[in-house]
Design a protein around this ligand. Structure first.
Ligand SMILES: [Zn+2]
Length: 431
């Protein structure tokens, strides 16, 4: 429960009963934010809610002062750049002149089986029992799990259903298809994360089984590692891709070296799950660009494990060649932690995308990653809202993603911690 002076409370979120019917400009908008006590997480305002501040609707748009109105059904009713928007009386209005209103972030590469807040991986029954995925409170509105035993992943997958309160939407690949004894079956994926494919016939049956189970996409691994682990050959790989495409599923490939990236491209895969960590030559960069294959970044975890510089150089070349880079952290690996990772956003910005381009990679681009069905990474009138209210500019400081003021998704409002809201207020007024 917030306490303290009125000034302290200005930055907090509250029930906005009897707010003024009109905002009278950005300077006044703060008043709207904030009456009475903080709302409880996950509540659904029946009369709708308005978010005011600097509005970035996503995509190629430029950020500008405005107000986004969400109706009681969770859809965006209006996006106004008028400095005196007409708002219904008693509408909950959140934000203020220092706030930013942006689409929520989608992480296109996670491993929820290694998220300590999701699962005890030694006890699958615990996963079944909870099935709940963290991250929404940091502005993460969608994640794509690229590798987990199907008996777990099936519990996390949201498909066209609403996620549980406080959880992001989850797309899943299920197990990773690999050669018999191949990566990751001898390392982190020993506990059911890998599915062996030894022939084209087997490729078809495995893919058809996964499709029948309802996975959102197919993941393949091509990785020799230090001990020359077996990898999928060209014929079997092609059979996997063909079977997946016949079932309407895209294929994302783990391939970190030049020759294995090339093998994946030749087989017709749709995406690379990582920025490669072996330095790619100009020809291969051009080949990736010509293929239309997109790349999920996972740069920060490579920096945490020592291969970041080369990956970052590849990422910069890929961006310069026009390849679409999507935000992904590889949650569960070295140096990762649940929620939005501001460091990954800055790694993306450094590829030449800049901070706004990095945000686009983490919203529109990652929401369009194969298998992510229920998010657009944009704010458009008439569409379901998946919106984050940040207490100050994410372009000035991506670390603001650690402390969003509010997140609205699937018709539910989740507010930030009292402490973080207070801090955001201080930072806002010091500017
Ligand atoms: Zn991964």
């Amino acid at each position: 429960m917030p306490s303290g002076s009125r000034a302290e409370r200005r930055g907090l979120l509250g029930r906005g009963a009897r707010l003024t019917a009109q905002l009278t400009g950005p300077a006044q908008a703060g008043l709207a934010a904030l009456r009475e006590r903080q709302r409880e997480s996950g509540s659904a305002p029946t009369r709708g809610v308005a978010f005011t501040g600097t509005v970035w609707v996503g995509g190629e748009a430029e950020p500008r002062p405005g107000t986004v109105v969400v109706d009681g059904a969770g859809r965006i009713a209006a996006i106004s750049y008028d400095d005196r928007p007409a708002l219904p009386r008693e509408l909950l209005v959140l934000g203020g002149e220092h706030h930013w209103v942006v689409p929520g972030i989608v992480d296109a590469h996670v491993h929820l089986g290694f998220d300590p807040r999701v699962a005890d991986v030694t006890d699958p029954s615990r996963v079944s029992a909870s099935g709940s995925v963290s991250g929404l409170d940091s502005g993460l509105v969608g994640v794509r799990d690229l590798g987990a035993p199907l008996r777990w992943a099936g519990h996390w997958q949201t498909g066209h259903r609403l996620p549980p309160p406080g959880s992001p939407a989850v797309a899943i690949s299920g197990p990773i298809l690999t050669a018999p004894g191949g990566y990751p079956s001898r390392s982190w994926g020993a506990g059911g994360y890998a599915e062996f494919v030894y022939s084209p016939t087997r490729a078809r049956s495995v893919v058809q089984h996964l499709a029948a189970e309802g996975v959102d996409l197919i993941k393949v691994a091509l990785e020799r590692g230090d001990d020359d682990t077996p990898t999928l050959g060209a014929t079997v790989l092609r059979a996997i891709v063909d079977a997946a495409h016949a079932a309407g599923l895209a294929v994302v490939a783990h391939a970190l070296t030049g020759d294995l990236v090339s093998r994946a491209l030749d087989a017709g895969v749709d995406e690379l799950a990582h920025t490669p960590t072996e330095r790619l030559d100009e020809q291969l960069i051009a080949k990736i660009a010509a293929s239309g294959v997109s790349v999920t970044s996972t740069l920060q975890t490579f920096f945490s494990s020592g291969s970041g510089r080369v990956a970052a150089a590849n990422a910069a070349d890929l961006v310069a060649a026009g390849v679409i880079l999507r935000y992904g952290t590889d949650l569960g690996n070295a140096g990762t932690r649940p929620g939005v990772d501001p460091r990954e956003l800055d790694r993306l910005a450094d590829t030449g995308l800049g901070r706004l381009g990095a945000l686009r990679a983490a919203t529109e681009r990652s929401a369009a990653a194969a298998g992510m069905r229920s998010r657009t990474g944009m704010m458009r009138r008439g569409e379901p809202a998946a919106i984050v209210l940040l207490p100050f500019s994410p372009l000035a400081e991506p670390g603001v993603w650690r402390t969003p003021a509010a997140v609205y998704a699937d018709g539910r409002l989740t507010v930030g911690q009292t402490g973080s809201s207070r801090r955001s207020h201080r930072e806002s007024t010091n500017r």
